[in-house]
Design a protein around this ligand. Structure first.
Ligand SMILES: *Cc1c(COP(=O)(O)O)cnc(C)c1O
Length: 368
């Protein structure tokens, strides 16, 4: 596995010594079902539009990009408005190179030395890493044994830790669990700091978005990404919706011209293909449902999921099952070393053929 601690002996910050970088394996020869990508590539029409746009932009690359990414943020605002029914303007939307960069900027602007961020684990492993990288303390409250999060648990943790930044992930990665909006509202009502609802998988989820709460909660931030449902993991485009004041504060920490001209143009083209790209969401859910049914048929447990992936197990030796699946050419995610995740593996929906390959491999491994 590629997750190895950074070599010591260098004068890196004391608080980074011994830490492990994010490192999901990248094995192009395997069927890659380990990082929750959309398995369906962009259409020929989208590719042609993108090629044309890149051709036009190429001759302007001696100039810096629009520092405020105004046209892209306006497009993102109208996309979110269409999806959620909440009228948003570009002043309420911020964009960066993946939602990881957005969340890092949130930690830079609202966290930092002497402040803490709070998460409800198991959850997205990048949240504590982003806190660490910005020298923000990290506090954790555990989810229930079925990985749900109650109002009582969430509110008690906020009262105990007084976080400057609280992360709520829904649907949660890696469990697929949905957190109801009453939990988000209760946390917003209790917290003096900002509350980030990470909605990376929102388009796969049937429930309402936390965007619908923005007008009532000025410290609420809702982050999204084009990496998953929008089939744009290689694009590196994440965004958030929040109050204009919060968005303004993020401009203090962003690097000048952080979004390249190429990224801004490509993201706008992808957004213009919204119907087509999001059309794959139903196909992805269909394959996920096939996986859920197939894994359960083998006598294993699958957690209820509203995302494009599922958590399955539990296994006595998840690392062995992970390796055996890889020996069959299928790469899944071994999340079992994460907090509260002993025994569990995660897999995301593939194309119909990839999904079949996964189920065939799992059946062979489980019956061996
Ligand atoms: C995949 C994922 C992201 C997306 O990261 P990008 O930087 O936008 O690719 C954010 N949050 C969660 C919970 C995720 O699983």
């Amino acid at each position: 596995m590629s997750e190895q601690p950074v070599r010591t002996g260098l004068p890196v910050r004391d608080d980074l010594v011994g830490r492990t970088p994010y490192g999901a394996p990248q094995l192009p020869d395997a069927i890659q079902l380990n990082v929750n990508e959309n398995p369906f590539p962009p259409s020929a029409a989208l590719v042609a539009d993108l090629q044309r746009a890149v051709g036009e932009i190429a001759g302007t690359l001696h100039r810096y990009p629009d520092r405020e990414a105004a046209a892209l943020r306006a497009d993102l605002a109208s996309y979110l408005s269409r999806r959620t029914g909440v009228r948003l303007t570009m002043e309420q939307v911020w964009a960066a190179n993946g939602s990881n960069e957005v969340l890092q900027q949130v930690c830079q602007a609202f966290g930092g030395p002497g402040r803490v961020a709070l998460g409800f684990e198991p959850s997205y492993s990048m949240h504590p890493l982003l806190a660490a990288g910005t020298n923000t303390g990290w506090r954790v409250a555990p989810r229930a044994s079925d990985f749900t999060l109650s109002v009582e648990t969430a509110v008690a943790a906020v009262e105990l830790h007084r976080p400057a930044v609280t992360f709520l992930t829904t649907p949660n990665n890696p469990t697929g669990t949905v957190t109801e909006l009453d939990v988000v509202e209760a946390v917003c009502a209790t917290s003096a700091g900002v509350v980030v609802v990470d909605e990376a998988y929102a388009e796969f989820c049937s429930g309402p978005s936390a965007v619908t709460l923005l007008d009532r909660h000025p410290m609420l931030l809702v982050s999204r990404t084009m990496s998953k449902a929008f089939a744009g993991a290689g694009l590196r485009l994440g965004y958030l919706a929040a109050s204009p004041e919060v968005v303004d504060a993020l401009r203090l920490v962003r690097l000048p011209y952080h979004l390249s001209t190429l990224t801004q143009a490509a993201a706008r083209i992808a957004l213009a293909y919204e119907d087509e790209l999001l059309g794959s969401v139903e196909a992805v859910k269909e394959q996920r449902n096939r996986m859920v049914a197939g894994v359960r048929r083998l006598g294993l447990t699958v957690l209820p999921t509203e995302a494009n992936f599922l958590l399955f197990g539990p296994f006595a030796s998840p690392e062995l099952v992970w390796q055996q699946l890889l020996d069959h050419g299928v790469l899944v995610r071994d999340v079992s070393s994460g907090p509260g995740l002993a025994g569990w593996l995660r897999v995301n929906a593939g194309t119909p053929a990839e999904t079949t390959a996964f189920l065939t491999a799992l059946e062979a491994v489980a019956s061996a």
